[in-house]
Design a protein around this ligand. Sequence first.
Ligand SMILES: [Zn+2]
Length: 91
Amino acid sequence: MEQDPMQIPICQSCGMPMEVAEDFGTDLDGRKNKEYCQYCWQNGEFTAKMELPEFIETQVKIATEKLGMLEDEARLVAETTLPELKRWQKQ
Ligand SMILES: [Zn+2]
């Protein structure tokens, strides 16, 4: 099966690309959830129940500490991409 990079789904909570089965979160019935990654979605619920501003802080922390991004850069990415994702869309 050919992989189109544009077709790689991203987590609708944190924006992480989900390329392999292990990247996907799990629903209550143990099936893979197609919208959220394993870090955000486990057993049918969000692993971290927080509002967007708090989630942005968490993501910035991960990006700077684990990925070595500059804080300004990480914050800009988080603030521009996260509000676009399904989880953070206002109903
Ligand atoms: Zn995620």
